[in-house]
Design a protein around this ligand. Structure first.
Ligand code: DGL
Length: 276
């Protein structure tokens, strides 16, 4: 049997956004191999029903299991919010972590005034999963959630440094800021890519929580606890141990991945995900 430590980590998202999580894993766990799947044919998940998202997530886990993975990271907030039980059931023995609990934990540790804002897709906000995760840690904390459905297309369009984007950010965040929060969770894969803009617009007094980073740190702890950390260094000249799969638009994905990740991404392979 192959040494489990050297197996890759399966990371998946509804599309491109989960690369923000893959990026944090690459930075914080540089010896780990990654198999990434982005469901680019069926994105966005944020406006779909729980039943559909659970079906999609099960297919993706079945595909990832064909790649001999040692752990699964659900990089998508919406899939974490609505399909975690289905994902765990499908994964069987393979340990799974999502992005919501790590973000909720750090936000709870960070807030001093007990007021946390969460921005995410409609599906994630509607699920109240962040509220529940926060209440389980600090029941006295109050949470204001706000769906920001236009952020995903703005990021995908590359309109990050744009006056229109600034206006849309403020239109969504005005209500959240009135609530006098001191901590804001960027509860969607794409939002960390707007982090500098949000920071400039909300000022320095609000702590921005990036669940992508917190998830990478949680993954590190989980691999250590399970004795699954890869300790083999990459040899000089050996290619980066990252493989990318998508359900559509492989070229566009590879171009975006290349711009977001600290490594060159030349190709992504298409997987007929409906067949899994
Ligand atoms: N990946 C999704 C999330 O983190 C955002 C994009 C989508 O709606 O599919 O919630």
């Amino acid at each position: 049997m192959k040494d489990r430590k050297s197996l890759p980590i399966g990371v998946f998202d509804s599309g491109l956004g989960g690369l923000t999580v893959a990026r944090e894993i690459m930075r914080n766990l540089p010896l780990e191999k990654i198999v990434y799947f982005g469901d680019t044919a069926r994105v966005p998940y944020g406006s779909k029903s729980a039943q559909t998202i659970r079906r999609y997530a099960r297919q993706i886990v079945r595909f990832l299991k064909t790649q001999e993975i040692k752990a699964i990271v659900v990089a998508c907030n919406t899939a974490t919010a609505l399909a975690m039980d289905a994902i765990r059931e499908e994964a069987g023995e393979i340990p799974v972590i999502g992005v919501i609990e790590p973000g909720a934990k750090v936000a709870c540790a960070s807030t001093e005034n007990g007021r946390i804002g969460v921005i995410a897709t409609r599906a994630t906000i509607g699920s109240h999963v962040y509220n529940d995760a926060i209440a389980a840690i600090r029941p006295e904390v109050s949470v204001i959630g706000k769906a920001c459905p236009l952020f995903v297309p703005l990021v995908e369009e590359g309109w990050i440094h744009d006056k229109i984007t600034d206006e849309i950010i403020m239109r969504y965040l005005d209500e959240v800021l009135e609530y006098k929060i001191d901590t804001l969770i960027l509860g969607c894969t794409h939002y960390p890519l707007l982090r500098s803009e949000i920071r400039r617009l909300v000022g320095d007094s609000i702590r921005l929580v990036n669940p992508a980073y917190e998830t990478a740190i949680e993954l590190k702890g989980m691999l250590m606890d399970e004795g699954l950390e890869n300790d083999r260094q990459r040899e000089a000249g050996e290619p980066y141990p990252y493989r990318f799969f998508v359900s559509d638009e492989a070229e566009r994905f590879a171009g975006f991945a290349d711009s977001v990740l600290p490594v060159d991404v030349k190709t992504a392979r298409i997987v007929p995900i409906e067949e899994y």
